[in-house]
Design a protein around this ligand. Structure first.
Ligand SMILES: Cc1cc2nc3c(=O)[nH]c(=O)nc-3n(C[C@H](O)[C@H](O)[C@H](O)COP(=O)(O)O)c2cc1C
Length: 232
């Protein structure tokens, strides 16, 4: 009999696999790689890592669809004077998103931490640079979804998600949420809504992504991939 203090391996294995998946999750296609497959672009900003974890779960959902690849990109921090303050290539994590990434993608998932019930400034700054794409109609008809992480359970998940959808609607994108046929929407003790996946990270970032939050992320990725295939 194992002692009460030591859990049997079978009890800890599922959690271990779940954690390992995060550590080994890919960043999608390397920058500049030629791809013949349909690509869903995932652009996010993250300071403490929660939104980055959501992005990887969305990518798992995208890549569960045969023939569809996730291209994961981030955006740099901005300074008070709004010039770019980071190096051109991030020290770690995925490359920075370019406007060419937006032109090339078949669908888009956009992620941001919640900041005062809205998206973070670096994400808005990136979007505000898309005027030429808007003039060209480059994003019209492409599916898009949004995701967020917030430290409190009712601190603006839904307002952030809804406000992130507004510029995407201006671009003529087809907004994709998560339907209640995803059972986790009814059971989630943390984040997740029909407006998109979200994660309640906790005041000290003590909450890991739970299974319902992860399932809702994967649903969004899967839906975006299916829509991209059907519209290709
Ligand atoms: C300036 C600022 C504003 C924030 N506003 C909110 C908020 O309105 N509601 C909330 O629940 N959390 C808020 N947070 C907490 C972040 O949303 C939370 O820590 C999130 O998990 C960060 O995501 P990240 O780990 O991807 O950086 C705020 C954090 C900062 C720095």
């Amino acid at each position: 009999m194992p002692s009460k203090a030591v859990k049997p391996l079978a009890a800890v294995l599922p959690g271990l696999c779940f954690a390992l998946e995060y550590c080994t999750a890919p960043f999608g296609v390397p920058h500049g790689t030629e791809m013949s497959e349909i690509e869903v672009l995932i652009v996010y900003y993250s300071v403490r890592g929660s939104t980055a974890i959501l992005a990887r779960e969305v990518a798992h959902g995208v890549e569960s669809t045969p023939g569809v690849q996730a291209r994961i990109r981030t955006v740099p921090r901005i300074s008070a004077h709004s010039e770019q303050i980071d190096d051109a290539i991030p020290a770690s994590g995925p490359p920075y998103a370019t406007y060419q990434d937006l032109r090339e993608c078949a669908a888009l998932a956009l992620g941001s931490p919640t900041r005062f019930g809205n998206m973070a400034a670096p994400v808005k700054y990136f979007i505000d640079g898309t005027a030429q794409l808007w003039l060209d109609g480059a994003m019209v008809g492409k599916p898009a979804g949004v995701f967020t992480a917030a430290s409190s359970p009712h601190g603006g998940h839904e307002s952030t998600l809804l406000s992130m959808q507004i510029p995407l609607l201006h671009h003529g994108m087809l907004i994709c949420g998560v339907p209640y046929t995803q059972p986790a929407l009814n059971t989630t003790p943390g984040g997740g809504s029909p407006y998109g996946p979200s994660h309640w990270s906790g005041a000290g970032h003590e909450r890991s992504l739970d299974r319902d939050e992860a399932a809702i992320c994967r649903s969004l990725g899967q839906r975006l991939a299916h829509l991209a295939v059907r519209l290709a």
